[in-house]
Design a binder for this molecule. Structure first.
Ligand code: AP5
Length: 230
């Protein structure tokens, strides 16, 4: 199944996508993670992207698409793939549809004050990518990664001024995608304010309901993807 995670910064998309990968073997493609790798490696794409990312603005569409294009799995049998952080605007959505067919778009719905709290309390391990949160998921030893004891870092775009810009960009550029996917009938809303495990349970139920229609178990036909969501 091809799934897109859509939602504001800090809504928990990366956390849930990593759990799907660890526990259920999904392929997790995060354009934010891919871009951060390019920045760390100092590649020409990374050098182009870095300033935009620090400021909380979107990296130019052609850079992100080029980075993503090489990684979108194709071939049979199709694996379960979750695309996290792409598309971010209508142009990207249209480009994506030429390459890959999103079957379900999960919208992570969370009030704005919680987003800001989550982002400003986040830290991550620069070596293994594990993500922590001072308030909700602290490391065992303050400031150090549980897995490899590397000092944790705050993302430059989690500073308050960059967070403000990211939220503005989200409302202006990305939020219109909700309408786009709603019209296509593939949008599903996920309430994202519960604990990590609660959200994961709801997400797993939602996805297994899509992958395993009742009809195949002899039950009534499931609602079509076109039958509303929000
Ligand atoms: P990206 O890395 O995609 O950032 P984002 O979309 O802003 O999302 P975040 O990673 O900030 O949040 P999240 O929803 O994944 O939350 P998380 O799970 O970490 O993009 C970064 C930048 O790259 C962009 O600004 C842009 O410059 C560029 N970029 C990326 N894609 C692009 C594209 N397609 N086009 C152009 N530019 C692009 O959780 C947040 C915190 O909350 C963590 O501390 C976590 O531990 C905690 N938490 C998570 N879930 C819960 C929960 N249920 N309860 C309590 N705490 C929780």
């Amino acid at each position: 199944m091809n799934v897109v995670f859509l939602g504001p910064p800090g809504a928990g998309k990366g956390t849930q996508a990593k759990l799907l990968a660890e526990r259920q073997g999904w392929i997790h493609l995060s354009t934010g993670d891919l871009l951060r790798q390019e920045v760390r490696a100092g590649t020409p794409w990374g050098r182009q992207a870095e300033g935009y990312m620090k400021a909380g603005r979107l990296v130019p569409d052609e850079v992100v698409l080029e980075i993503l294009r090489a990684r979108l799995p194709s071939g049979r049998p199709a694996p379960n793939v979750v695309l996290d952080g792409y598309p971010r605007n209508l142009l990207q959505a249209r480009e994506l549809e030429r390459l890959w067919n999103p079957e379900v778009v999960v919208y992570f719905d969370l009030p704005e004050d919680l987003l800001v709290d989550r982002l400003t309390a986040r830290s991550s391990c620069p070596r293994c990518g594990r993500v922590y949160n001072r308030l909700t998921h602290p490391p065992q030893v303050s400031g150090l990664c549980d897995a490899d004891r590397t000092p944790l870092e705050q993302r430059p775009d989690d500073r308050p001024e960059a967070v403000r810009t990211r939220l503005e960009v989200y409302h202006r550029e990305t939020q219109p995608l909700l309408d786009h996917y709603q019209k296509k009938g593939i949008l599903r809303r996920l309430p994202a304010s519960g604990s990590v495990e609660e959200v994961f349970r709801q997400l797993s139920d939602l996805l297994s309901g899509m992958a395993d229609p009742p009809r195949s178990r002899g039950g009534p036909a499931r609602p079509s993807l076109g039958e509303g969501i929000l």
